[in-house]
Write a protein that binds this ligand. Structure first.
Ligand SMILES: NC(=O)C1=CN([C@@H]2O[C@H](COP(=O)(O)OP(=O)(O)OC[C@H]3O[C@@H](n4cnc5c(N)ncnc54)[C@H](O)[C@@H]3O)[C@@H](O)[C@H]2O)C=CC1
Ligand SMILES: O=C(O)[C@@H]1CCC=N1
Length: 275
């Protein structure tokens, strides 16, 4: 949406300004959205104050945010979603767009709790959005037209890539790219510890691992070569890499990744039940 300065200029509200709420807010500000057209609803007063200081954004009640905005991003924990929807539902109106970033919460869950005709888009973002390298997947709800979807896409495009997926894929997306950064950080942490075990100073181990990660990610993106081929290029016959990879296979790391991501997918499915 463009900011034109008239009384009808669209406003965007963010309800729940923790890690991902701030990601969205800071991305919109970096992308040039006018701060006076942004609103934040945040429960914790000290956090609200922090955001007012940092961005000059108006922090208002959830009701005011929902009443004044054309697009409302819901960025609270899945367990808090029902309470927030119950609070704002009386002031929501048809044509408004709700964009939910909560894991597991379906568009049907939201549509059942808001007035008929309110458009809902479900998004699964990830934390690299904080450095404009996010990966977000979006899915339309049942009252959502192309304009609503494009607006949700624009919200997320300010912090990285956006793909459209059928909603039935969102639990898998959550398991792969939503939680994905945590798996990568876990691998990085494990490799740094291994370097320390092998006698490297921690700072050296960290630099070696982080640059190896960045370089490998860049090769994947820039060459477009399949990861199996890239791995084979590193794996000299009878060499060091083959010895290491055999240990990873012996320890069933591939199977562990599959089981881990199935567990994340299953947890995402459970979250809509409120557990
Ligand atoms: N952290 C991550 O990597 C990702 C998180 N998500 C989703 O984003 C959502 C938020 O996650 P985080 O930002 O990590 O959590 P967080 O705990 O950092 O932020 C949630 C914020 O909502 C506020 N809040 C709670 N109840 C409220 C209410 N009634 N009114 C106003 N504000 C309220 C809290 O004070 C807090 O600041 C979750 O639904 C999560 O599933 C999605 C993808 C990735
Ligand atoms: O752990 C979680 O539930 C959230 C959703 C995806 C990443 N973090």
């Amino acid at each position: 949406m463009t900011a034109g300065g008239s009384a009808t200029t669209p406003r965007t509200a963010i309800i729940g300004a923790g890690v991902m709420g701030e990601m969205l807010l800071s991305g919109l500000v970096r992308a040039g959205r006018r701060v006076d057209l942004l609103l934040v609803g945040e429960k914790r007063p000290e956090r609200a104050h922090e955001l007012e200081e940092r961005y000059g954004v108006a922090v208002v009640s959830n009701l005011e945010a929902a009443e004044q905005a054309d697009t409302v991003a819901l960025v609270v924990k899945p367990q808090d979603m029902a309470a927030v929807l119950a609070e704002i539902s009386p002031v929501l109106r048809p044509g408004q767009l709700l964009v939910s970033l909560a894991a597991g919460i379906t568009t049907a869950f939201i549509e059942d709790r808001v007035p008929e005709g309110v458009a809902v888009v479900r998004v699964m973002p990830n934390t690299p959005a904080l450095v404009d390298e996010g990966m977000a997947a979006i899915s339309p709800g049942s009252h959502c037209d192309e304009e609503h979807l494009a607006e949700a896409e624009a919200l997320l495009a300010s912090t990285g890539r956006v793909v459209r997926v059928p909603e039935k894929q969102q639990d898998a997306v959550t398991a792969i790219s939503g939680s994905g950064p945590a798996y990568i950080f876990f691998v990085v942490e494990s490799m740094i510890e291994a370097g320390v075990h092998l006698g490297l100073p921690r700072a050296t181990a960290s630099e070696l691992v982080i640059q190896t990660l960045v370089g490998s990610a860049k090769m994947l993106r820039e060459t477009g070569t399949h990861p199996v081929v890239l791995r084979e290029q590193v794996t000299s016959p009878g060499g060091t890499t083959a010895s290491a990879l055999r240990e990873l296979e012996v320890h069933k790391v591939r199977a562990a990744f599959l089981a881990a991501m199935e567990a994340a997918r299953d947890r995402s499915r459970e979250l809509a039940e409120g557990s």
